[in-house]
Design a protein around this ligand. Structure first.
Ligand SMILES: [Mg+2]
Length: 334
């Protein structure tokens, strides 16, 4: 295809290659034999490892707003959230593929800033780019495919939770949704570096926690929380053919800043239904609960409930009420 413009497809692919190639170091390099520049990449899992494959859409208007989310944030977040699914299996990311559709108007400064954020995530999370494709379109469409590795037969699945297992979660829940609501609140101008936005802008996939749990063989089941625990816990339960009892009093909920106290933020509701936290939800056999430390790889872990044989997912409220947990988390079709 002949295209000599600055924003031509070939030029964009070259810029992605140039801007991201500095990240081709770290543990992934040994298994990525051929990166960008050929018809396809060549990747070879190491001996004794299973390959992990996952892909993730990140779309303007659905997952981010071009007017509210700085391009650096879009670049960082599209890769970090895709890598979270590798963390959820107990694995390590090795390389990624980027599919990118852009309007012509975004092929210059916006793209530079997007690639800056993407490179930051790629370096921080040890996941170099292996290839990509780009095209022109009226809105921004991003798809990321991540390739990861985990030692053979130790990947942690959603489907192995048993009645009697204890339920744990990492970090704090509701922090990303809190940031999103502040961002969407037209009444105030919030600076991009405001710490209340950090979790929404720069989620931290819990790779260290997932890998530790897999290596120790301590988690019976695990998933990452992308849609909110009220949506995600039922998915884990369904995959395992079990139910769960969630203890509201135990939930590690978002801390609402002093200056937002008078607004209508409800930390419990944010924690139950807020999406985008990318914390890990995992289950542990009761005989192993004492082996779970208060923090893993520097991330606090909290026991929040139990797995039950009764297939309902219920919430024990602080006032003693017990009711079915209503699924009010993120769903793009809702
Ligand atoms: Mg997931």
């Amino acid at each position: 295809m002949k295209d000599s413009s600055k924003s031509g497809e070939w030029s964009i692919l070259n810029r992605i290659h140039k801007d991201c190639k500095t990240s081709s170091k770290g543990p992934g390099k040994s298994s990525l034999c051929v990166g960008m520049g050929d018809d396809a990449a060549l990747w070879r899992p190491r001996d004794g490892c299973d390959a992990i494959l996952t892909c993730d859409w990140f779309l303007e208007g659905t997952h981010f707003l071009a007017a509210r989310h700085p391009p650096e944030v879009v670049g960082y977040k599209c890769l970090a959230r895709a890598i979270s699914d590798v963390a959820a299996m107990g694995g390590a990311p090795r390389c990624f593929l980027l599919s990118l559709a852009l309007p012509n108007s975004h092929a210059d400064e916006w793209l530079n800033r997007f690639l800056h954020g993407l490179r930051k995530a790629s370096q921080a999370l040890g996941c170099p780019i292996a290839g990509g494709d780009s095209t022109q379109r009226s809105e921004i469409l991003i798809n990321i495919t991540v390739v990861g590795e985990v030692a053979r037969d130790i990947a942690i699945l959603r489907s192995r939770a048993h009645p009697g297992d204890a339920l744990f979660v990492t970090g704090r829940l509701g922090e990303a949704q809190y940031g999103l609501q502040l961002l969407l609140d037209n009444a105030q101008r919030i600076a991009p570096h405001d710490p209340r936005l950090r979790k929404h802008f720069y989620p931290q996939p819990r790779l260290g926690v997932g890998q530790w749990l897999a290596k120790q063989r301590l988690a019976t089941a695990m998933m990452d929380l992308s849609d909110g625990i009220s949506s995600d816990l039922p998915k884990l339960c369904q995959a395992s053919g079990v139910g769960a009892g969630l203890n509201e009093r135990a939930l590690p909920v978002v801390k609402i800043h002093q200056k937002d106290r008078r607004k209508k933020f409800n930390a419990i509701e944010l924690a139950l239904h807020g999406g985008d936290d990318y914390e890990l939800l995992f289950t542990v056999a009761s005989k192993n609960v004492a082996r779970i430390p208060k923090a893993i790889a520097g991330v606090p872990v909290t026991r929040i409930g139990e797995i039950t044989a009764d297939k309902r997912v219920v919430l024990a409220r602080q006032n003693g009420d017990i009711s079915r947990l209503q699924d009010k988390g993120w769903d793009p079709f809702r």
